[in-house]
Design a protein around this ligand. Structure first.
Ligand code: HEM
Length: 380
């Protein structure tokens, strides 16, 4: 199933085919920020970025456009459900701690699974509704227009003798993965990037100067073609991934056989958590690890694609994030637009970037605890 998803859903060709969606949604975000700039009011960038990623994923995966159609479910409810599901997945139930009868009994007593089931039932009903709409021909006619259409088409055309038979439950499973893995993570990365820029005016200024000098001041639209023209922004994104990996423990692994690491014996079937948050701040690997210094990546080939073990925001190996190209394209385009069109001021009551709260919250994904509020000022 993963192989099929990587080839059919996350290939570079497919990511490129969704470029228009990313550009339209980022344009829409810029328009909304312009309105706040006119009234000089702060923008809740945490909310802005969640709406952006949720809208993109809904269009790419389901073919549903929040801005056009009557949607079966409110956009905010989708964001809430994704957050609730991630919290539920990241928290331990009694059965995790005491596998077997006692754990199950305690979960029954305290309703441990009830809450989790409720969230997943609501998401399941939502996916079913979208699939039914596709089957009834209400949503899209083009089999490559969105991921549900694509998977239904694959299901339709599969040969009887195929070893792996795709069914509706598999499609819902893929949608669940895409929603839970794709909405939060991109938003979290952009929130931390803007937070670090607001705390580091030197870096913000340098990025804006490079972007504006390179692209000129007359543009009324910035597209994905512009991304490769600006190098410093890419360093900023790498530095954000180092300090703020959205999934600090990646996905859990289990050893398949006995292994010995640095003298420690690890038996088979041991649950393994890899702390990439700590690796990114390890003073043995990084100079001034707590400081936000994008220039540290200037003359190194250290990258975040899973080959350099000191920087693993997308994981590595067989389970490496398949959505990486899609995620990076979205993050780069959104930040590029916000830095090109606007200067950013701290809201009233804050004197310097040091006043921004850096508290973190969450378990599976780590988000900025307090929403990031900044005042956009239209560039002259
Ligand atoms: C900046 C944004 C993103 C970050 C930082 C991120 C990070 C990750 C990480 C760390 C993993 C686990 C890898 C491992 O344990 O080795 C993962 C898995 C996954 N990601 Fe992403 N991700 C992002 C965006 C996306 C997007 C946009 C999508 C889909 C459109 C996506 C789809 C997935 C899926 C389906 C998995 C599960 C793969 C599996 O179970 O084998 N991700 N992601």
């Amino acid at each position: 199933m993963r192989k099929l998803a990587v080839i059919e859903l996350f290939s570079l060709k497919r990511v490129h085919s969704f470029r228009n969606i990313r550009e339209e949604e980022v344009d829409f975000m810029v328009k909304k920020v312009f309105q706040s700039a006119l009234s000089q009011s702060p923008v809740d960038l945490s909310k802005t970025f969640f709406s952006l990623t949720a809208s993109i994923i809904c269009r790419v995966a389901l073919g549903q456009n929040f801005n056009e159609s009557d949607f079966v479910i409110e956009q905010e409810r989708i964001e809430e459900l994704v957050n609730e599901a991630l919290l539920a997945l990241g928290s331990f139930t009694c059965s995790d701690l005491f596998p077997g009868g006692i754990g199950r009994f305690l979960d029954w007593l305290f309703g441990g699974h009830k809450k989790i089931n409720k969230v997943f039932e609501e998401l399941d009903a939502f996916y079913q509704h979208v699939i039914d709409d596709h089957l009834a021909g209400k949503t899209t006619v083009d089999s490559t227009a969105d991921i549900v259409a694509l998977l239904l088409d694959l299901m339709d055309k599969q040969e009887y003798k195929n070893y792996f038979k795709l069914n509706i439950d598999n499609i819902k499973g893929v949608l669940m993965d895409i929603f839970l893995a794709g909405v939060d993570t991109g938003a979290i990365t952009m929130i931390w990037a803007m937070t670090e820029l607001a705390r580091n005016p030197r870096v913000m200024k340098k990025a804006q100067e490079e972007i504006r000098n390179t692209l000129g001041l007359k543009r009324d639209r910035i597209t994905e073609e512009d991304i490769d023209k600006v190098d410093y922004l890419k360093l900023i994104i790498k530095e954000t991934f180092r300090l703020h990996p959205a999934l600090p423990f990646l996905l859990p692994r289990e050893t398949m056989s006995h292994v010995k690491i640095q003298g420690y014996d690890i038996p088979p079937k041991t649950h393994i958590q890899l702390n990439v948050w700590t690796i990114g701040r390890d003073p043995d690997r990084w100079t001034d690890p707590e400081d936000f210094i994008p220039e540290r990546f200037t003359n190194t080939c250290v990258d975040f694609r899973g080959q350099n073990f000191e920087l693993l925001p997308f994981g590595s190996g067989r389970r490496v994030c398949p959505g990486m190209p899609m995620a990076v394209a979205t993050v780069e385009l959104a930040l590029l637009n916000l830095l090109y069109f606007f200067d950013w001021r701290l809201p009233e009551g804050m004197i310097s970037g040091e006043d921004i709260d850096m508290g973190e919250a969450g378990n599976l994904t780590i988000i900025k605890k307090l929403p990031l509020q900044l005042v956009p000022v239209q560039r002259h």
